[in-house]
Design a protein around this ligand. Structure first.
Ligand code: SF4
Length: 348
């Protein structure tokens, strides 16, 4: 590293856009440090915890670290979970998108943290892989400008993929980066990005529209809202973690069950049995079901019938179902639930 080299921090999700932006900066002679923020809502965390349920032999990979390795760019993982839920997800100043995604506040929060690192370590500017018009909430002109200002990075936030259609930034004005070498990509299409990936020799990247965060997902958002409604804002991190797996059914104000959908989810749920009730079948292959709260005898029986419904014994007239609750174990012989309508009414 030479003393006069320009140094930039790049927000790297591991997706194609941020990888291209980092690659482009490198090509222009900028020394890059990638920052990857771990929010507690990253889809990558679910893959890390569950493995690949379609192919259990395929090892988990963190896309941001993988992108960094491909480009030979160091990537730091910044854990913001503790502050992210109470400060950003629960109280977004700029509101939510389609789910519970506070995208504008989220960008501001991450960029404020990036600015702190910029100041502490003497970096020159920050860049992201954002593309004007690609996302309805945070990637329109007015919010992009508001994000830059509220993050305290006015003039120091470069979006190289759309730079030519945005006002010139300090790095461009001072000649740290050549504006003519940047791009003017606009909109949701990915054609240009895929073309650039070819040009840059990037072949192994996640599907561009895959999504890296649970919060915009309506199914996930519904479960999170339900949890906050019934448990209040001081939610347990384990409860948050459990939102990412299984089928969730609410049996009462304080009773909820989570039914594993496949072997990886059952293995995952197994780790959360302590302090929760659980239900399973020995006689047939079955999901593991966790019970949260204090179920009544009727709730316990219903949890057994739900579990039987998703087991290999679902067509039997009656099946024996095992349960464990408050240090006690027992067995109930129940009729597997047959009507999906009943489940639809209580599905979260
Ligand atoms: S999708 Fe999730 S990680 Fe991305 S900006 Fe929105 S809230 Fe933040």
């Amino acid at each position: 590293m030479t003393d006069d080299k320009i140094r930039a921090l790049g927000l790297m999700s591991g997706g194609l856009d941020s990888t291209l932006a980092a690659n482009l900066m490198q090509n222009l002679g900028i020394e890059v440090l990638g920052l990857h923020f771990s929010t507690g809502f990253c889809v990558a965390d679910r893959h890390r915890l569950l493995g690949n349920s379609n192919n259990r032999d395929k090892p988990y990979r963190n896309d941001a670290l993988h992108a960094g390795a491909q480009l030979e760019v160091p990537v730091e993982i910044i854990d913001i979970k503790d502050r992210y839920l109470p400060e950003v997800v629960l109280h977004p100043k700029h509101g939510y998108g389609s789910g519970m995604n506070p995208c504008i506040d989220c960008r501001i929060f991450m960029l404020q943290r990036a600015k702190e690192i910029l100041q502490e370590r003497g970096y020159d500017f920050v860049f992201t892989g954002e593309v004007l018009g690609q996302r309805p909430m945070s990637q329109r002109r007015p919010p992009m400008q508001a994000i830059e200002i509220e993050a305290g990075l006015e003039g120091l936030l470069l979006r190289p993929l759309s730079a030519q259609v945005l006002p010139a930034t300090i790095p461009e004005e001072r000649g740290w980066v050549d504006r003519s070498k940047l791009f003017g990509i606009v909109g949701r299409g990915r054609h240009k990005q895929m073309q650039l990936a070819d040009e840059f020799g990037l072949t192994d990247y996640p599907q561009p529209a895959g999504g890296c965060c649970f919060l915009p997902d309506e199914n996930y958002a519904r479960k999170l809202r339900d949890l906050l409604t019934h448990n209040g804002p001081d939610v347990d991190p384990d409860d948050m973690m459990l939102l990412k797996v299984g089928r969730h059914f609410r049996l009462g104000d304080e009773v909820k069950v989570i039914v594993g959908r496949h072997e990886s989810e059952n293995d995952f749920l197994e780790r959360f049995r302590d302090g929760r009730g659980s239900v399973w079948l020995d006689a047939f292959s079955s999901p593991l079901t966790l019970i949260e709260g204090s179920p009544s005898a009727a709730d316990l029986e219903f949890a057994c019938r739900i579990t039987a419904r998703y087991s290999a014994g679902r067509t039997e007239a009656e099946v024996p179902v095992r349960w464990r609750l408050d240090g006690q174990e027992g067995q109930l012989v129940v009729r597997p639930l047959s009507e999906d309508r009943q489940l639809d009414e209580i599905r979260i």
